[in-house]
Design a protein around this ligand. Structure first.
Ligand SMILES: *Cc1c(COP(=O)(O)O)cnc(C)c1O
Ligand code: SF4
Length: 335
């Protein structure tokens, strides 16, 4: 990392890399921090998908509350060990969509680059938790194959950086990647899918916003927050700094049992994310990944919630409720 990565807009306190190292990785430590006693509900929190929670995110959890909507997203529990029919390791057909090492080209016009397998937080419902990142991501030696694929595929007008979380990469790494992409003339739009501005807002450094400002394409950043409580002053500042680069900011969320599966929570999420500068984009039906059945909600209940949102909110605050189905040419709207 370079020394010029100063926090935007004020002075850097702890570098985001150091904050990552200090993230909670043991459930007992996080529970102790929140004043909670493990009552035998917790799995060991290690392999294959260990717990990871930045302190900046844990600070937004309510102490003493097992039902806290942020804690529920990140705490490994015994329920993950349940084997449920219909919940698979690759529920969305990512393996079939693989076009080159580190490239998923599923939908017309846009290709998704798996830039890294790493994330700042490990969401227990994540559909990519069983993805073989070690062999599939596009960083380092593999990035050339990914860029070659995009360069040789003129229908790809939009490149999406995904992962894992692309903002886990150093900014100069991202810069090198976009420099290579800028030589591909058919790219017209650029997109980043990231949860870091929410879970580790100090990742939004001056160097990062400088990079975004200099990009040669109109750019979109899709952040990911599932509950209004994930927003605080530090997230507001990070998103404002991102917005000042001219990047369009959208939010995607996942409909999650016990976390945001009621009208009040969803309404507040949409209003709060807009207040922070992120327009609601997608509300995803849970991808049915092994170990996530306890987060699942019937589609009918999701549709009832969507009807409630439409009755309450301005049209632009209503997200599109979608489900990803392997083999379909777009994320399927649920109506
Ligand atoms: C979700 C996704 C996209 C983006 O889809 P949009 O509907 O444009 O947001 C692109 N590629 C893959 C592989 C995806 O899973
Ligand atoms: S940040 Fe995104 S990719 Fe990473 S674990 Fe969470 S949902 Fe999955």
């Amino acid at each position: 990392m370079t020394g010029r990565e100063l926090k935007h807009p004020s002075v850097a306190q702890t570098h985001w890399r150091d904050q990552l190292k200090a993230a909670f990785s043991r459930p007992e430590a996080l529970l102790a921090h929140l004043g909670l006693d493990d009552q035998g509900r917790i799995v060991d929190g290690h392999a294959p998908f260990p717990m990871r929670v930045p302190r900046a995110f844990a600070e937004r959890m309510r102490p003493g509350d097992w039902q806290d909507p942020l804690l529920q997203q990140v705490l490994p529990t015994q329920q993950e060990r349940q084997i449920m029919p219909g919940f698979a390791n690759d529920p969305v057909g990512d393996q079939a969509a693989k076009s080159a090492r580190g490239v998923l080209h599923k939908y017309h016009g846009r290709a998704l680059l798996i830039t890294t397998g790493a994330c700042a937080v490990h969401c227990r419902y994540c559909f990519r938790q069983h993805f073989p990142y070690a062999s599939e991501h596009a960083s380092g030696a593999f990035s050339q194959a990914a860029i070659d694929y995009i360069a040789q595929t003129p229908s790809v007008e939009e490149v999406i950086l995904s992962g894992g979380d692309p903002l886990m990469l150093a900014t100069d790494r991202l810069e090198r990647l976009t420099q290579q992409l800028s030589e591909v003339e058919h790219i017209k739009r650029f997109r980043i899918h990231t949860r870091l501005p929410i879970v580790l807002p100090d990742r939004v450094t001056q160097a990062l916003t400088d990079w975004l400002t200099r990009l040669p394409w109109p750019s979109v950043m899709v952040v990911h927050a599932n509950h209004a409580q994930e927003f605080d002053n530090s997230v507001d500042q990070a998103l404002a700094a991102l917005q000042s680069t001219g990047t369009t900011i959208l939010n995607q969320a996942v409909l999650l049992r016990g976390i945001n599966d009621n009208l009040a929570a969803l309404t507040e999420l949409m209003e709060r994310s807009f207040q922070a500068g992120a327009l609601p984009y997608y509300l995803h039906r849970l991808d049915r990944v092994a170990g996530s059945a306890h987060f699942d909600l019937d589609t009918a209940d999701g549709l009832t919630l969507m009807d409630g949102l439409r009755r309450r909110l301005s049209g632009y605050l209503v997200p599109r409720f979608v489900e990803e189905r392997a083999g379909e040419p777009y994320k399927v709207p649920l109506l």
